[in-house]
Design a protein around this ligand. Structure first.
Ligand SMILES: NC(=O)c1ccc[n+]([C@@H]2O[C@H](COP(=O)([O-])OP(=O)(O)OC[C@H]3O[C@@H](n4cnc5c(N)ncnc54)[C@H](OP(=O)(O)O)[C@@H]3O)[C@@H](O)[C@H]2O)c1
Length: 245
């Protein structure tokens, strides 16, 4: 799908990858980019930066756990591309960590994307076109126990994407779940590992949207993980299973 002249909505665009994606879509020629943010000060910051760069970014108040805010966003009308980017991550052992953290991961990462799809897919079906892009991780395919419950929520998101594709694919609506590994954002600030830049990841996501790839890994590390899983899933689980809290 071409980016040019598209109406796009991105959740979790106050900072991190979502913010970079909002500017990448606008700079890539999108007609209008709705950038979801939860805090008034983030909405103001996005507004002034977009104005300064003369880019068609419209910040909107959007928490993906609040149905009224999702309904207000859907009332803005048909969008060609919905990016379910909003996400939260907790660290720790699932047997001991705060249960609320794991509930929040599912509520934002999985149910948030599901709420958004339910709100935005009907207009896409009506138009006979559209794309839903879910931001997961390569560790949706193989659990990284350091962030075990987070990975479980992303595995649920990846699986949801397959279900959405089954229901929407023959109605002209595409569904893509992208799978990066670590990106240099607030979410990964405690992790002392090589990180991809936000700009690289946003560029790759836009490329895959243009090429309409099915569930692409993003970056060499993610590609290696998926290849390793095809070759020897047991060895891969043993290796990644060492990375614990
Ligand atoms: N960073 C990585 O290493 C990495 C790797 C693979 C995949 N990802 C995925 O990439 C996506 C972006 O993450 P990031 O790295 O950019 O993280 P980030 O810098 O922590 O940003 C997270 C974004 O999600 C928003 N958000 C959190 N809860 C929300 C809610 N209930 N409703 C709406 N927005 C909400 C945050 O808004 P506030 O500013 O209001 O909190 C923020 O805009 C996530 O889905 C993440 O899981 C990240």
């Amino acid at each position: 799908m071409d980016i040019k002249d598209r109406r796009v909505l991105i959740t979790g665009a106050s900072r991190g990858l979502g913010r970079t994606l909002a500017f990448a879509f606008a700079e890539g020629g999108a007609r209008e980019v709705f950038a979801g943010a939860r805090q008034a000060q983030d909405i103001e910051k996005l507004k002034s930066e977009a104005q300064a760069k003369a880019l068609p970014i419209t910040p909107i108040k959007l928490d993906v756990t609040i149905e009224d805010e999702i309904a207000a966003a859907a009332a803005l009308g048909f969008v060609d591309i919905l990016v379910n980017n909003a996400g939260v991550a907790g660290y720790g052992n699932p047997l001991q960590m705060n249960f609320e953290t794991a509930l929040e991961e599912m509520n934002v990462n999985y149910f948030g994307a599901m709420r958004m799809a339910r709100a935005f897919a009907p207009a896409m079906v009506e138009h006979g076109t559209g794309m839903i892009v879910n931001v997961a991780t390569a560790f949706a395919k193989i659990n990284l126990p350091l962030v075990g419950t987070y990975c479980a929520s992303k595995a649920a998101l990846l699986s949801l994407g397959q279900a959405l594709r089954a229901y929407l694919g023959d109605r002209g609506v595409q569904v893509m779940t992208v799978m990066p590994t670590t990106i240099d954002t607030d979410m990964s600030k405690g992790a002392d590992v090589p990180k991809m830049t936000r700009e690289f990841v946003a560029g790759e996501i836009l490329r895959h949207i243009r090429e309409e790839t099915i569930d692409p890994p993003i970056g060499a590390e993610a590609e290696g993980i998926l290849e390793g899983l095809l070759k020897d899933p047991v060895a891969m689980e043993k290796m990644i299973g060492q990375i614990r809290a």
